[in-house]
Design a protein. Structure first.
Length: 361
């Protein structure tokens, strides 16, 4: 087997291992927010992302100690791994879309956006969306560890503090998502997105490989000697974004699951209601109507700063991607909310005039 072939099929094997771990490891059985299109009942989910990631990382460490694979193997085979993930993502996108009855649009559009909003398999033991996010998060974590390991093996104790900080911050992002996996059952992706190429290929290829774009640049470069103030600034920007994104999502989650509960013990829910629908209009959601999007962009910007190469444009592709993704999504979400809530949404827009950035936009 050639090196390219081994690298090409390595993600296929890893994704299979993730599926097996997801099926056999203990899981929390959680009732979600979205309803089954056929029965009208709330969908149920098995969530075990954190233990799945933990076992996967242990396997990575053990295989490295045993000499079966070098710890930076995924880095040295990154291009063939990217190609293998991309091809697998296309195949699985077709498998998720073609068997579903068409929605009346052109097939390329339906392939990209998907036809079915929610798909579950094996007696609901595997939910397509939540498994896709687990796959993306777990593979991203392995890539982070492998890319950082390559940097250490290349430069030893002369390694870049920025590379280590980047790995730690992005691992925080991954672990945080899996700790609060249930919270994301109440986010836009779950109740608004369909299962097509955008989601499948995105989680199998884009998420685990592009999110680590900074290490594609920096893992093979020496320490740039970034000043301490820049690393501190990177951490402040990242955790400011994390506070906004995590805080907003958690506040919405608790409002939907325990509407009378004061978030963080002091943030009483301030709401708008027309007797049928209710909107959260206080706390984080009084800062801007999509304050969580601002948080995501700030986290990505903190990561770019942490590497110590602010002049290299490639490291900024990650935050620029969020800008390109979230600003149009905000417009689509505004239209959806205006249709759903009517005058109630008009009143919320009056009270919270900024879309994403306080005092600016």
């Amino acid at each position: 087997m050639t090196d390219f072939t081994a690298g090409f099929f390595a993600p296929w094997l890893i994704y299979t291992v993730i599926l097996v771990l997801h099926l056999v490891l203990p899981a929390r059985n959680v009732v979600g927010y979205v309803r089954d299109d056929r029965t009208g009942e709330l969908l149920k989910y098995r969530l075990n992302g954190l233990p799945t990631l933990g076992v996967l990382v242990v396997l990575w460490v053990v295989t490295g100690l045993a000499g079966a694979f070098a710890w930076d193997w995924l880095y040295t085979h990154r291009w063939s791994g990217l190609a293998g993930s991309a091809v697998l993502g296309v195949i699985l996108s077709l498998a998720m879309v073609v068997p579903v009855t068409g929605g009346g649009r052109l097939f390329p559009i339906e392939l990209y956006l998907g036809r079915a909003q929610n798909r579950q398999f094996l007696g609901a033991r595997v939910d397509a969306k939540m498994f896709l996010y687990l796959v993306g998060a777990a593979m991203l974590a392995l890539n982070l560890l492998s890319f950082t390991a390559h940097h250490f093996l290349e430069f030893g104790l002369d390694l870049s503090t920025g590379v280590v900080l980047y790995c730690c911050l992005l691992m925080w992002f991954v672990v945080d998502y899996l700790i609060f996996e249930r919270v994301h059952l109440y986010t836009y992706d779950i109740f608004a997105e369909r299962v097509g190429f955008k989601l499948v290929w995105g989680c199998f290829t884009f998420y685990p490989y592009f999110y680590a774009i900074g290490l594609w640049v920096a893992a093979g470069l020496p320490d740039p000697g970034a000043p301490l103030w820049l690393l501190i600034l990177a951490g402040v920007v990242f955790f400011s974004g994390w506070t906004l994104a995590r805080g907003a999502n958690m506040q919405k989650y608790y409002f939907k699951t325990a509407p009378e509960r004061a978030f963080l013990g002091f943030m009483r829910p301030r709401v708008l209601s027309d007797g049928t629908n209710t909107l959260l209009a206080g706390g984080f959601w009084a800062v801007s109507r999509h304050v969580n999007y601002l948080g995501e962009i700030l986290m990505a910007s903190g990561l770019s700063l942490s590497l110590g190469y602010p002049g290299r444009w490639i490291v900024w592709l990650y935050p620029l991607y969020y800008v390109a993704l979230l600003f149009p999504r905000e417009r689509a979400d505004e239209r959806r909310c205006a249709r759903k809530y009517g005058d109630l949404w008009t009143e919320y827009v009056r009270r919270v005039p900024r879309r994403i950035i306080p005092w600016l936009y």
